[in-house]
Ligand binder design. Sequence first.
Ligand code: NOJ
Length: 753
Amino acid sequence: MRKQFFAVATLLIMTIAVQAQNSKPAGTPLYKNAKAPIEQRIKDLLQRMTLEEKAGQLNQVNGGVFTGPAANDPGQKAKLDLAKKGGVGSFLNVIGVAETRNAQQAVMENSRLGIPLLFGFDVIHGYRTVFPIPLAEAGTWDLAAIEKNATVHAKEAAAAGVHWTFAPMCDISNDPRWGRVMEGGGEDPYLGGLVAAARVKGLQGKQFDAEHIMACIKHFAVYGAVEAGREYNNVDVSRVALWNKYLPPYKAAVEAGAATVMNSFNVFDGIPASGNKYLVTDILQKKWGFKGFVVSDWGSFGEMINHGYAVDEKDAALKALQAGSHMDMEANVSGRFVPQLVKEGKLTMAQVDDAVGRILYFKFKLGLFEDPYKYSNADREAATLFNAANRAQALEAAKKSILLLKNNHEVLPLKAEGTKIALIGLYANSKEDMFDFWIANGTANDAVTVKEGMEKRFGANNINYAPGYMADGSTDEQLVKDAVAAADKAAVVVVNIGISGKMAGEDRALANINIPEGQIRLLRALQKQGRPVIALVSSGRPLVLTNIQDITTAIVQTWILGTETGNAVAAMLAGDYNPSAKTVMTFPYALGQVPVYYNHFNTNRPAPETGDASWKSRYRDIPNEPLYPFGYGLSYTNYHYSNLSLSSEKITRSQPLQVRVTVKNSGKVDGEEVVQLYIRDIAASIVRPVKELKAFQKVFLKAGESKEISFVLTGKDLSFYDGEGNTRLENGAFKVMVGGDSKTVLEKGFELQ
Ligand code: NOJ
């Protein structure tokens, strides 16, 4: 009795305390300096909100610009008017201190309750200082650096009023036709998970302060499996593949504490992800305990009608919320239909309160109720964007991301002093083509081209430039002639080929991923002159580089490296540092191999690596092997692997296995090597891939130095998932393989008993 009395009294006092804070005229923020815990404040706020205001919190609108001439645009006015009435919980694409402050102020001063807006934006590889694309950055295998880079993305975005980015993308994909492979961490579930977690930590920091922003794991789930790499296409994967191959990166990012998750556009098991209870509630919220909120992808609630799953917009809103999704990006079905659905008894108030409460939680957590303009500080914006420290870090990231694929006769590095270089290629001199679709608030003008970087590093007098081809990769006689003439005056020819950065990102699916014919013609003409030809390949995905093997001396994959591209490329060519990237996505030998990936299954009839492959799983016209395997990348030195040893040939289920290997830098320069450990579960109740990455270390070795590297494998590393998401650890034979890429490995066997 006494206990109950105290409980009621405490609640009463807390409620009075909260309300005392809030008995302010409309237009001032609620809960300023409120002492009550967030949960209590959410509860209190939900009690004050009308059903329409709750529906408004679920509504995310593409904002854009509201000031200047846009202030009179009827469409923009309507959006802001809706927000003033409490009809918008979040804007996306409202960025910069001036715009965010203006929109926030409109809501704070006009809406009944003054619930601050959340501003979301796609900050995929930097906000203003553009870093390398995520696929290239993942190829550094440097988790600490990846996390540090993400802190810069966050710092810049947060200084410009942005609270929330739609990153990291955690979709595993084996299809370079898909334009979005650039946004992810590559083809491996384990590495992909570590990379995603590092990005989440970098973006969010340890706590939500004004230097960090909320992350959003996307696209949940299996969006990377779109058929034939075509954007917005169908997906059909098994539950075993879902659990083992696709889910691990999303799960790792959830475990790293990501605040939000985005639905994917595709279906899983015939049900669109936005309305897929199995994905959104059963796996994400129940099994993984995700407490944040789930935002749709652009219009994906409404697009369930196109899928043939929802009959109309009202049904779409119902199905999305019933599945456990929360915020509606741009379909505007929740905002319009949720009140009606509750009144009709189709949705319960508890369901709506759960969704709204999750969104309010982050508004409290970010401190927006205390200070709605916390992220909108003009001085901080001016001091932070594109400052020298951020650029220096982007340069470091770009250098580490450059992937050396071929280096015959050690033609690279070039002698930096006095070497006459012909630099050929339109992309080397085009700021426009350097960047992809996802450069956030970066501008092409800020970027250092390959030409600028090389002129600075090697001396403008030593660089003879000619474009060689047109923007689409085609060429003509004159362009080839000019290129050959430029090469005539040089000792070595550097040719920037590939495809325009504009072809990377969303809605950039390509059916043809070969090097354009015009560029091949150009390379042939240059190669005929007999000088070394070094190809720099720009692209947001692995292209088919088979056709350039015989007409190049060296191949450098330069991806899309961001603002500091030219400085990084020049430093790499000059040997100012030793490249160490290893590709996290397989380079196909031919398009017909796609999907081609290292962690494939053995099949019933694996083809032998050499000898007669009749009646085995093979192509008649090309090899099975890709051109460059996962984990592959050269440096300016060589590494030699030896003495692979295991602590035991038989281990029990609770006994860890120690794996040791000696790695020697057998070349003449210091360098960093990514030592990779793979396993194979020889026979299991569900068949397992021929190789699975389970550990790696990036080690620094001085020229001539040897180091013993040691790894520990536990039962967790040896287990896998069944189709229900249960883990299985099964006794039997395993193989351990260690090497510098997924193909060239030393191996040993052991038995789990
Ligand atoms: C659609 C894309 O699929 C998603 O990745 C992005 O975050 C949203 N648009 C918002 O721009």
